[in-house]
Structure formats: C-alpha cells, structure tokens
Design a protein around this ligand. Structure first.
Ligand SMILES: *Cc1c(COP(=O)(O)O)cnc(C)c1O
Length: 370
C-alpha cells in the first residue's frame, strides 16, 4: 500500500469541471490582470475569514513584505517572530530592512506566546509577527494585550491558517493585518502562486492596493515606489471555485485529525493540541516523537510518505548567521526541529490508508518497547 504525503488535485470530476469552466471564463474575457475575478476574490476571501478587506498579491511572501512596508516597519526596527516557521516569514522582515528577533515557541502549540515575546521586547521593537503554524492560531488575545501595552503592531502570518479561528475570530481580526498564501500545498491552494493580505483597516488596504502595482492608482502616475505583485485573473477564478469547497475540505481535515488523535492515543508521542477556543484547520498533522528518524524510515518501508516541517529552525539558518544566534538559544524550537514529523493529511485521504499509517506507527511503537 502506498500512502503519499500530499495529493494536490481533488479527485472529484465535479470540481475539475468547475475549474475548467472558470479558466474558460477568463480566456473568453481576454482580461488577465486585476479584473473582475480578483475583485470578486477580494470580497469572498475576507468575507469567509471575517475581515473587512482583502488585497490579493503575487504570493504569501510578498503579502508579508508589502504588509510590513505598509505598516511602516523598516530600517532599525525590530520585529519579534518565531524561529519555528518557513523561511519566508524572516525573509520578509529582512527585505524591508528590519531586524528579526526570535522568541521561543510553546512546546504544545508551536507558536510564540505573550510570555516568550515579552522577554524579547526592546526600545527598538516595532511589531510582533506570530505565525499560525500548521493551521493553529497563536494566542492572539494574549499577544494583542501585550502589543497594546507596549504600543506594538501585529502582523499575523496566516499563510497556513485560512479558516482558523480563536474564539470565533479569524486571522486579521486581532492583528493590524494577516497574510494568506495560495501556494498549491496550502489549504486553499491555487494552481500556481498567489497570496492575500487581510485587514480591518481601510487606509492600509488602500495603500496595499497601490503598493502592489508600482505605487500607482492612476495609470502612469506613481504616488510612490512600489512593487509588481499581483494575483492573476486565472488564479483568482480557480481559487473562487476552491473557496466554495474550503469548509467541506477543512471539516474533512478536522475529522481525519480526530481519527489520528484516537488511533494514536496511549502511544509515547505528542499529538497536536487544540485549545478549546480554537478551530484548528490542520494544514499539517504533526506529531512530536522520539526516535523520529527511525519512525520515518519504518513508515517509508511500509510505503508511507512523511515529512519534517521544519528540520532547521530559523536562528540556525546559514543565511541568517549574521544575526549572531547559537545552538541552544531556543531549546523548544530546536527540540521540535529534531522530533516533529508530519503525517499524510489531505481532504481526500482514504481512511484505509490512514488506518495503515496508524497501525504502522503502533507496530513501530510496540517493537521499540520490546
Ligand atoms: C507558505 C508560507 C509562506 C510563503 O507563502 P508563499 O506563497 O510560498 O510565498 C510564508 N509563511 C508561511 C508560514 C508559509 O507556510
């Protein structure tokens, strides 16, 4: 039995037909950049997430860069973020000339907390950049309280967390803005690159709309120096089809996650936590286990593909050596990098395949004990 880690194409003919129709609609319109499909997606995604505005851009990384820039984060400013994330989070901070400052993550939620962040605040701190890693939101009320006390901005990296909530509120509700990615592997994935910024702030949304198109509102008149970072019409049309399926797919992820929780109960490993007030959207189902690499190899022998997100924390990345961090600086992030393992999970994962994963882990665990 072969169980792939990820399967990016919905097997249902119904959805495929709708996707073909959507592409056809754009081809017939002859309008490919910043047209009616993008405008519609910019209504539909924030409506789904519960924020007022959405600004579509070229990818999730640009969403972070443009947001930081529009929020006024730049040279000399410090931004406190997680060392346990994808590189783009940190790259964006550096791209606007600011300095990433890491705060360790909670061992159960894998996110930064008000407690770990507060210890890292200095006179130069300008913003907090929590990452809603694997589909679980960071403690936003706690971080918001801290941000208010120290007059800091919050940008949420929600690239893995569309549809996630904390006390019913989605990304972009607590923070000044939140970023989404439509990279194909994300929960709402396009057939190419894409991203969006969510915000409640009309002025910020307006500025971002200008920044993504060379700082221009009126064609060939440039108010400021900006970027070329737009979502194209075909991607927007495809994403609109998939957005209509997102809740059904997310519920499927959540019920498969519960099956993993139950199937793995009692084993000496840590399964994802779900604080009562959250809706976890399980971008990834990640366990923490020892010995991780032996389990990964044993599963591979059973035809089961797993992945390590992420094997090297940000503070130990070769590109960031100049920041001066050392091994041992963030023990929780380092422990996770060595012990976490993500299991196959996608809305159309077959339950017999999932049972094979669960049984294989249980067998490995029993052998390890004897
Ligand atoms: C995917 C991702 C990004 C970047 O998104 P792209 O669309 O690939 O540029 C940023 N942060 C996190 C946490 C991500 O998972």
């Amino acid at each position: 039995m072969k169980v792939p880690f990820m399967d990016l194409s919905d097997p249902s003919e119904e959805v495929r037909q709708e996707l073909r129709t959507a592409v056809e609609r754009v081809l017939n319109s002859g309008h490919y950049i910043l047209g009616s499909e993008v405008s519609a997606l910019e209504q539909e995604v924030p409506a789904y997430c519960g924020t007022r505005f959405g600004v579509a851009v070229g990818n999730g990384t640009d969403a972070l860069v443009l947001s930081l820039y529009a929020l006024g984060v730049g040279k000399g400013d410090e931004v406190i973020t997680s060392p346990f994330t994808f590189f783009a989070t940190v790259e964006a901070i550096l791209q606007v000339g600011a300095v990433p400052v890491f705060a360790d993550v909670d061992p159960h939620t894998f996110t930064i907390t008000a407690k770990t962040v507060e210890a890292r605040i200095t006179r130069r701190t300008k913003a907090i950049l929590p990452v809603h890693i694997f589909g679980l939101m960071a403690d936003m009320p706690g971080l918001l309280q801290l941000a208010k006390a120290y007059r800091l901005l919050i940008l949420e990296d929600a690239c893995q967390a569309i549809g996630a909530t904390w006390e019913g509120n989605g990304p972009g509700f607590y923070g000044n803005a939140a970023t989404l990615s439509f990279f194909p592997t994300k929960n709402l994935g396009g057939c190419g690159d894409g991203g969006m910024i969510l915000t409640q702030d009309a002025g910020l949304a307006q500025r971002l709309r200008r920044l993504r198109v060379h700082g221009s509102v009126q064609k060939y008149v440039h108010e400021e120096v900006g970027w070329n970072s737009r979502l194209d019409e075909i991607q927007a049309a495809l994403l609109r089809v998939k957005l209509r399926k997102l809740d059904e797919w997310t519920e499927r992820r959540r019920s498969l996650a519960r099956r993993y929780d139950e199937g793995l109960r009692g084993l000496p490993l840590q399964v994802p936590v779900t604080p009562e007030q959250v809706r976890h959207v399980y971008h990834l189902y990640t366990i923490v286990t020892e010995p991780r690499d032996a389990l990964k190899a044993a599963l591979a022998k059973q035809g089961i593909e797993t992945q390590v997100y992420y094997p090297l924390p940000m503070h130990l990345q070769p590109a960031l050596r100049g920041l001066g961090y050392q091994p041992g600086d963030f023990p929780v992030a380092e422990h996770l990098a060595e012990h976490c393992l993500s299991l196959p999970l996608y809305p159309w994962l077959r339950t017999d395949h999932q049972d094979h994963v669960i049984e294989s882990i249980r067998r490995f665990s029993a052998n390890a004990e004897s």
